[in-house]
Design a binder for this molecule. Sequence first.
Ligand code: UDX
Ligand code: UDX
Length: 465
Amino acid sequence: MKKVTKICCIGAGYVGGPTMSVIASQCPDIKVTVVDINQKRIDDWNSDNLDNLPVYEPGLKEIVSKSRGKNLFFSTQVDKAIDEAEMIFISVNTPTKTYGKGKGQAADLKFVELCARNIAKVAKDDKIIVEKSTLPVRTASAIKSILDNTGNDVRFEILSNPEFLAEGTAIEDLLNADRILIGGDDTESGKDAKNILSSVYEHWLPKERILQTNVWSSELSKLVANAFLAQRVSSINAISALCEKTDANVAEVSRAIGTDSRIGPKFLNASVGFGGSCFQKDILNLVYIARSYGLQEVADYWEQVIIMNDYQKRRFAEHIISTLYNTVSGKKIAFYGWAFKKDTNDTRESAAIYVADALLDEQAQIVVYDPKVSKEQIYADLDYLGTRSPEENRKLLTVVTEPMEAAEDAHAIGILTEWDEFKSYNWDTIFTKMLKPAFLFDGRRILDKDTMESKGFQYYKIGQS
Ligand code: UDX
Ligand code: UDX
């Protein structure tokens, strides 16, 4: 069996960057080069000031500083890195299509195809290609077809190695993965390739945790894992609505059902709705695939997870409006948090975007504070929706860098992300700064109802009447 000495990863994003940093730090004998077409991103990865890394993840700085310049490199020289490497990870983004067939559901594979064509053009010797991006089932065969038909008579082995890291805990998830999934052909060369990739992970993970499957099982498992996780969140969110109408408390229900070992305690936190780059996209993808095979009931079943999530975001916004005497027009509403979860600067599909959009439709004046998300990103998220002009978004929504400034003269505060720092704020001071009655809408269930009410807030917590 051949050993890998040089790895290249195309795509220096939330997945490619942290994953390759961990591989480099655990495998000093392997040279890892992460390439990206975005010069700014690469400059940021190479920045002397480690606070400027393009991805914020606890523990990432330390790992990058340990390996960068030794066996970890960030570069825009894509062709050179492809040429050198024996193993190439494809970790480019695969957004939901915004045009043509499958618009709004299918994954857009144009970046993956571009990568495959580029590899085919540049490669002069045999290579193992690893799909890291989440892809619709059977993409590996499409990549193989491109490589085999446009290549320079070079042999390519295609593996699927989906990523299961969650943002905010990426480094821990990578170092201590529950499992690594490697899909590939069951031919001799396919098995060899799977073993070679396995040997990379065996630098730090026990072999039992590395599962080998056929390539389609691997591709599908990624979509299914995310669909099951998202389904749990939608299930508990559905129950949160029912709890609010009754005297049940969703936290108590979660605890009661989670202690059943068949159900388990994780992913049962009711919230304003799940976000992130994966859940919605992967479920839409699953729905699209099921429908394209004529499996209408299967498609409808999974689509309901998204419908429930949209309902939860809408419900939160509508609750704010109805509580504020059915009008938020001209009222200042502070948002604590914009990221899709704590400990990340990623905002893709964040519930905050959709709640803000609904309130801006009612002409609310929103002031956002998030400890890690930039003003530019927040405006980009809103502009991307295309609901109103960029000028109007900037007129109605402002971004501040101080939580207390956001609270000044606000009619209400909405908690949209569960950042730990929000729990330790001086809520008495916040109360005095706000207009009265001071409304507090806790979309993440991080504060205590009795405590907040005793301070004078009109406090609403998702899933509690
Ligand atoms: C990843 C996976 O690729 C996606 O399929 C999965 O579902 C979620 O995580 P992520 O790393 O989060 O995506 O994406 P992003 O942060 O957007 O990074 C992708 C990078 O690829 C970008 O920096 C982009 O510039 C780069 N890219 C894209 C290339 O270098 N070449 C291209 O042709 C296209
Ligand atoms: C997810 C998967 O967990 C990971 O395995 C996969 O590789 C990528 O997609 P990620 O999107 O980074 O990871 O974060 P995750 O922790 O799964 O949270 C997703 C969303 O669900 C967040 O908005 C989070 O706030 C929400 N959530 C999660 C809840 O609302 N309640 C919960 O109990 C758990």
